[in-house]
Design a binder for this molecule. Structure first.
Ligand SMILES: *[C@@H]1O[C@H](CO)[C@@H](O)[C@H](O)[C@H]1NC(C)=O
Ligand SMILES: *[C@@H]1O[C@H](CO)[C@@H](O)[C@H](O)[C@H]1NC(C)=O
Ligand SMILES: *[C@@H]1O[C@H](CO)[C@@H](O)[C@H](O)[C@H]1NC(C)=O
Length: 216
């Protein structure tokens, strides 16, 4: 498994405007395509491509780019980041189709993680969560419990006071673990949704039966 890309987009916002970030997506995907072709040349035949999630919903991005409420859109997430994630995913989906057409002896499956995570964040209470955006492990309390100066587990003197970024009491109430990563409970939800096959193109239930043995 190779997990790359999310921070290429989120990180780009620190030095680029939205238009510049959007303009850089094709070149990010060209590099990704080169990597896919190399894996194919090495004998890779089954590709499972997960798209990127709603980056604008990560506490780290809301804390940095969402202080002006006009920058926030649906679910209280940073609109520009989610817009970039959506455009990236559209182009990634098209690339998946192109690669499938060019490698007829392989299976290329595109999985819409963005929709799974958006559904979780929008409808969190229905899925047993209490906090859709606030980090479990951090400092500062509501609404985000996130401070970019200190990471989960660290103890630091901030504004003259020694503070420790500790975990919340019950991480299963939270979607976000440390401002960037998802909690185990949220990842459990995401994997169970992936395994329904409904978010895959093509749906994998009859395409890739070996996933059925992965249920937990
Ligand atoms: C939230 O749930 C409703 C009802 O099932 C659904 O229509 C909606 O698409 C969900 N929201 C997201 C962002 O998936
Ligand atoms: C965690 O639980 C302890 C003991 O019940 C309580 O004193 C504390 O306030 C709780 N902390 C949080 C962040 O909810
Ligand atoms: C592609 O998936 C189908 C269905 O699971 C399988 O029969 C086939 O062997 C796979 N192709 C490769 C190259 O593994």
């Amino acid at each position: 498994m190779i997990d790359i890309g999310q921070n290429d987009i989120a990180g780009a916002f620190y030095s680029k405007s939205l238009d510049q970030v959007l303009a850089s997506i094709p070149s990010i995907l060209e590099t990704f395509e080169v990597g896919l072709r190399r894996l194919y040349d090495e004998g890779g035949r089954n590709f499972w491509i997960h798209n990127t999630g709603p980056l604008g919903c990560l506490a780290q991005n809301i804390a940095k780019f969402g202080t002006d409420p006009t920058k926030l859109g649906e679910f209280g997430c940073v609109s520009s980041h989610n817009q970039a994630a959506k455009l990236f995913n559209l182009q990634l989906h098209a690339l998946s189709k192109k690669i499938q057409a060019q490698f007829p002896d392989s299976n290329v499956t595109y999985v819409d993680i963005f929709s799974i995570k958006s559904n979780l964040i929008a409808n969190y209470s229905r899925f047993g969560f209490e906090n859709p955006l606030m980090a479990c492990c951090g400092v500062g309390g509501a609404p985000l419990n996130y401070d970019s100066r200190i990471t989960c587990g660290q103890t630091k003197v901030i504004d003259g006071i020694s503070v420790t970024a500790k975990a919340c009491n019950d991480s299963s109430e939270y979607i976000n673990w440390d401002g960037i990563h998802y909690t185990e409970a949220a990842n459990n939800f995401v994997s169970s949704q992936i395994l329904t096959g409904k978010y895959s193109d093509p749906p994998f239930s009859d395409q890739m039966p070996f996933f059925l043995s992965l249920k937990f």
